[in-house]
Design a protein around this ligand. Structure first.
Ligand SMILES: [Ca+2]
Length: 267
């Protein structure tokens, strides 16, 4: 009887190990399969080869192959910014976290409009480097803050008389506003910050209350000059009265774009 129990125990250990090994290899297989991501032209859906894919905060760079596919062999845990760059196309940026490893990405990138202007390169951290681990930012910003606002000059884009000019915030991470908190974008229990604000030539043209990609703000034609200044200013913790605690945020891929007028009429 004892022998049978022993054999049973050995069998159970053996099958447990087998099962365990099966789970691991299954997971690797799953990731490899789903890690095959694609870059396409957003209009034609044609696969695009040799697009450069980077995750600056992880020092990760790869290129799409001849079928437009790429694997993301990066250890993505916290929220961070993924960029796609290709000549003739607008810089594309996307907020990613570890969920990107669960399903394949199909990223459509848009051809450059000759009047569009790229305002920022890489990732810009605004704030004061004081932030909670529960904030909506990546838990460990790799870049130290460049101050609480960004200021960039830009020329009036051609075609601005007939078309709308917008500021496009490619990606924003880390806003700890009331809206961001209510949408579950952070884990902070009580406090929140005022929104980030966007100014052109001293006029407030909009505010950013939610994290995400491709947020557009219209620049009223009446305030555009030949030479313009764009300011994006981060908010403040509204519950800290003893000192100013700026909301630590990451901005990427800010562009000035010229759009068809109907675009805004429809929305
Ligand atoms: Ca702060």
């Amino acid at each position: 009887m004892k022998k049978i129990f022993l054999l049973l125990a050995i069998y159970m250990i053996f099958s447990y190990n087998q099962g365990f090994a099966g789970v691991i290899s299954g997971k690797v297989h799953h990731d490899e399969l789903n890690n095959k991501n694609t870059i396409v032209d957003s209009k034609t859906q044609k696969a695009l080869s040799n697009a450069k894919i980077t995750i600056p905060e992880l020092n990760y760079t790869t290129f799409s192959d001849k079928d437009g596919t790429f694997r993301l062999n990066a250890d993505v845990s916290d929220k961070t910014v993924l960029f796609v760059e290709k000549e003739g196309y607008k810089v594309f940026s996307l907020t990613i976290d570890n969920s990107v490893l669960k399903s394949p990405l199909k990223l459509g990138i848009e051809q450059t409009n000759p009047f569009d202007m790229q305002i920022t390169e890489g990732i810009i951290h605004l704030g004061d480097n004081l932030f909670s681990d529960n904030s909506a930012n990546s838990t460990d910003f790799r870049l130290s803050a460049k101050g609480h606002y960004l200021s960039q000059k830009f020329k009036r884009p051609q075609g601005s008389d007939k078309h709308n000019v917008v500021v496009n915030i490619g990606t924003i991470i880390g806003l700890d506003t009331k809206d961001a908190k209510e949408r579950g974008q952070n884990q902070i229990a009580k406090v929140y910050s005022s929104p980030a604000e966007v100014f052109v030539n001293g006029h407030k043209i909009g505010k950013l209350t939610l994290n995400g990609d491709n947020q557009e703000i219209l620049i009223p034609n009446s305030i555009l000059k030949e030479n313009n200044e764009l300011i994006i200013s981060t908010g403040r913790n509204l519950f800290q009265t003893e000192y100013i605690d700026y909301d630590d945020i990451e901005l990427a891929n800010v562009r000035i774009e010229v759009k068809e007028k109907q675009y805004y009429a429809r929305h």
